[in-house]
Design a protein. Structure first.
Length: 636
C-alpha cells in the first residue's frame, strides 16, 4: 500500500487557464504564463556538499530530494536537466522543500508546441546510468526505487488524456513501464503519495541501468501538472518499510514582516507597523519521514548581511513539545523580531535562517548485520536548514524577488490594480514593475500608470497618473522604475497599477512562492473585480523617498472639470464638450499628429483619429491662455 501523506491545509483553487470575465462573446482573461529562466547559483550553504560529476555509471545509492537544486535538476545525477523545472512553491506539503514539476513547458519556460491543441510527451526526468552489475548475492532482491508524487499541487489539474509514468531500462536497452497514473480521476488523492518498486535482478541488474519519469499533457503551457519528490534507489530495502531516517523542512519561511517581504524604512519604524499584527513570527513546515518518534529542536536567527552579524536569535534550540510521531507533520514559528536590534538604518537586508536539529546524518549505504556504513555523497541534513531574505529600504513588496510566471490581462483599455497598506504618511516617488518578455518584447508599448485612493472611479479616486511606455527589460526579474513627477503624499490604503493599450496579454512578473492574490484587482469592461483565482504576488511595488510633493492632481488643472471628453477609450471618433480655443494631438513619444475635425461649434467639437495605431495619445487643449493635457486611448 502506498503511504498517504495527509494535508492539513485546504488546497487553493487551480490558477491556470481560469476565465475571469465573459461578456457577450468577448473573452477577457487575467491569466498566467511561464517566464523563460536562467540557471542560477544555489545559495543554500548549510550542510550542502557540491556533488561532483563523474565519468561512467553512478554507483548506489541514488538519492535526490531536490533541496540542493535551484531551478534545474542536479547535473551530477540527471541527464537533460533543462527539461523538468525544480520549483520552490509548486507542491502542497511536499516531503521536503523543492519539488520536480512536470507540465507542458521545459525548465526554461519554453512551450513544446505552438499548436494550441497539441498533446503528447512533455517533460521527462532521466537518470544518469547506474551500475547495478555488482550487486552481491546477499543483496539480491533488495534493490528498490521509491518516490513521492502529487497530482496538480499549486498547478493545473491533469485531464483524463494526461498521464505520468516511470520506466526502467532493462538489459536489452528496452524501456519497461513500471508505474503510470492518469489524470481526470476524481478518486485520486491530491496529497503526496509514496510508491516503491522492486527491481527484478534478471532484467535490471546491469551496468547501465537507468530510470526516467515522463509526463504526457498539453504542450502549450503550464498545464496538466504533476509533482515528484524524494527519489531513493538503494539496496538492502524491502517493499513494506516506507520510512526514511530523515526529518526535513518542507517549506520556505514565511515573512517576518507579515505579508511583506520588503518594507520602506519610514514604514518599518512607524508605530503602526510595529504592532504585533504587522510584525510577525515567520514559520516553516516540518515532516518526519521516519517510522519512529523523533525529538526535534529548532533554531532561528536573523543576520544583518551588510555587517555580517547575527542581529537577533529568535529561537535557540527550542524543543518541540509534541515530539513528532511517525510520518507526522508540524509547524515551527519564530518569536517576533526585536526592531531595536536592527538599529536606526537607512536600509538593510535581513537573512532569516531556520535550522532543525533532527539527528540526521549521511545517507545509509548498506547494513550488514549490526554494521552500518554511510555514503559521503548524500547528506540528509541538506533539508534541515533553509534561508530566506527580507529587505528594509525605500519600497514595499509582497514578492520574493523572483517571478516564475507572468500574469496579465488581454483587453485593450483593461486596468490592473494592486493594493498596499501604509502605516504612516509617506512620499510616493515611483512605481516599480517587472514586465517580462514572454513571447514578445513589449518595450515601447503605451500604458497609463495610476495611483488610486480607492477603486470607486470617482473624481477623487485618482491620486496620480502618468502616460508612459513599457521600459525595455533585458535581465530576468529586472524591475523597472516609473517615476512620478511630482511625487505625492499618501497614507492608508493605496492602489498602484496601469491601463493598457493592447489586447495582447501584457504580463507582469508573478511570484508563486508568496500569495497576495486577494490584493489584485482587474477591470476589463468598466467594473472592478477582486482576483479570486490566481495565487501569487505581482512584481509591482510602490517606491518612496524625498522630494517636492503634491497631495494629488490639482482640480483646477483637470480638463474633466471644465471639459467633457467622450467616449474614452474611443474606437476612432470622440467629442469634446465645452468651450476651448485649440486642441493638438501628440503620440505617446511626443510627436505631433494631424487631428481631423469633423464638426465644431462654440461649445463642442467632434474629431476623428481612425486609422492611427491602437494605443494612448495625448490631447493638449488650450483655453484662455492656459493649456491642459488629457490622455485618450484608441482601441478597436
Amino acid at each position: 500500500m502506498p503511504l498517504m501523506v495527509s494535508s492539513a491545509v485546504p488546497k487553493l483553487l487551480s490558477f491556470l487557464g481560469l476565465l475571469l470575465f465573459i461578456n457577450q462573446g468577448l473573452l477577457a482573461q487575467f491569466k498566467i504564463i511561464p517566464i523563460p529562466i536562467k540557471q542560477e547559483k544555489n545559495t543554500h550553504l548549510n550542510h550542502r556538499q557540491a556533488r561532483t560529476t563523474q565519468d561512467g555509471p553512478l554507483a548506489l545509492p541514488f538519492w535526490d530530494d531536490f533541496s540542493t537544486s535551484h531551478k534545474f535538476p542536479d547535473t551530477a545525477l540527471w541527464l537533460g536537466s533543462q527539461n523538468v523545472s525544480i520549483s520552490r512553491g509548486a507542491g502542497i506539503q511536499p516531503p521536503t522543500f523543492n519539488v520536480a514539476t512536470f507540465d507542458g513547458t521545459d525548465a526554461n519556460g519554453n512551450v513544446y508546441s505552438e499548436n494550441e491543441i497539441s498533446v503528447g510527451l512533455a517533460d521527462s526526468l532521466l537518470s544518469k546510468p547506474i551500475d547495478l552489475s555488482g550487486i552481491g548475492l546477499n543483496f539480491q532482491n533488495t534493490v528498490y526505487l521509491s518516490f513521492f508524487w502529487q497530482l496538480e499541487g499549486f498547478g493545473e489539474i491533469p485531464d483524463p488524456e494526461d498521464s505520468i509514468r516511470l520506466q526502467f531500462r532493462d538489459v536489452n536497452d528496452n524501456w519497461v513501464t513500471i508505474w503510470s497514473m492518469t489524470g481526470g480521476d476524481p478518486t485520486i488523492s491530491d496529497v503526496f503519495t509514496q510508491e516503491t518498486f522492486q527491481l527484478d535482478p534478471v532484467l535490471f541488474y546491469h551496468e547501465n541501468f537507468q530510470f526516467k519519469f515522463e509526463s504526457f499533457s498539453r504542450l502549450t503551457g503550464v498545464f496538466d501538472t504533476w509533482q515528484i519528490d524524494y527519489i531513493l534507489l538503494n539496496k538492502g530495502r524491502n517493499g513494506t518499510d516506507l520510512s526514511h531516517l530523515d526529518h526535513a523542512i518542507t517549506s520556505y519561511p514565511t515573512s517576518l514582516f507579515g505579508r511583506y517581504t520588503a518594507v520602506p524604512t519610514t514604514q518599518f519604524y512607524s508605530e503602526g507597523f510595529d504592532a504585533a499584527d504587522k510584525l510577525t513570527g515567520a514559520s516553516v513546515g516540518y515532516f518526519n519521514l521516519d517510522k519512529f518518534l523523533q525529538p526535534i529542536e529548532y533554531t532561528a536567527f536573523v543576520t544583518d548581511t551588510i555587517r555580517g552579524e547575527i542581529l537577533d536569535t529568535l529561537n535557540f534550540n527550542e524543543p518541540d513539545p509534541s515530539i513528532p510521531g511517525p510520518f507526522a507533520r508540524d509547524t515551527y514559528t519564530t518569536n517576533l523580531l526585536d526592531i531595536g536590534k536592527v538599529g536606526n538604518v537607512d536600509s538593510a537586508v535581513l537573512e532569516l535562517t531556520f535550522y532543525i536539529n533532527t539527528g540526521d546524518t549521511l545517507l545509509v549505504d548498506e547494513v550488514i548485520g549490526t554494521d552500518t556504513t554511510f555514503t559521503d555523497r548524500f547528506d540528509l541534513r541538506s533539508n534541515d536548514t533553509i534561508t530566506t531574505y527580507f529587505t528594509i529600504n525605500d519600497y514595499f513588496s509582497y514578492d520574493d524577488g523572483s517571478a516564475e510566471f507572468g500574469a496579465g490581462i488581454n483587453q485593450t483599455g483593461g486596468r490592473l490594480a494592486y493594493q498596499y497598506e501604509l502605516f504612516t504618511e509617506d512620499t510616493l516617488t515611483a512605481v516599480d514593475i517587472y514586465f517580462p518578455n514572454i513571447g514578445a518584447d513589449f518595450s515601447g508599448t503605451p500604458i497609463e500608470l495610476f495611483v488610486w485612493r480607492d477603486l470607486e472611479d470617482s473624481e477623487t479616486s485618482i491620486l496620480a497618473e502618468l502616460s508612459t511606455t513599457v521600459k525595455s527589460t533585458i535581465g530576468i526579474n529586472e524591475v523597472q522604475s516609473y517615476e512620478l513627477n511630482p511625487p505625492i503624499v499618501v497614507n492608508g490604503n493605496i492602489y498602484i497599477g496601469y491601463r493598457q493599450s493592447t489586447d495582447q496579454r501584457l504580463p507582469v512578473g508573478l511570484d508563486m512562492n508568496t500569495d497576495t492574490g486577494d490584493r489584485i484587482f482587474f477591470n476589463v469592461l468598466g467594473q472592478w473585480e477582486q482576483n479570486t483565482e490566481i495565487a501569487g504576488s505581482l512584481l509591482m511595488r510602490p517606491r518612496f523617498g524625498r522630494g517636492a510633493v503634491v497631495t494629488g492632481i490639482d482640480d483646477d488643472r483637470q480638463p474633466d472639470k471644465v471639459l467633457k471628453i467622450f467616449p474614452n477609450p474611443s474606437s476612432g471618433r470622440f467629442h469634446i464638450e465645452g468651450a476651448f480655443d485649440k486642441v493638438i494631438l501628440y503620440s505617446s513619444s511626443g510627436q505631433q499628429i494631424p487631428l481631423k475635425v469633423l464638426k465644431t461649434d462654440l461649445n463642442s467639437a467632434t474629431f476623428d483619429i481612425t486609422g492611427l495605431a491602437m494605443g494612448i495619445y495625448q490631447l493638449r487643449i488650450f483655453k484662455g491662455g492656459k493649456s491642459f493635457s488629457k490622455r485618450i486611448m484608441l482601441m478597436e
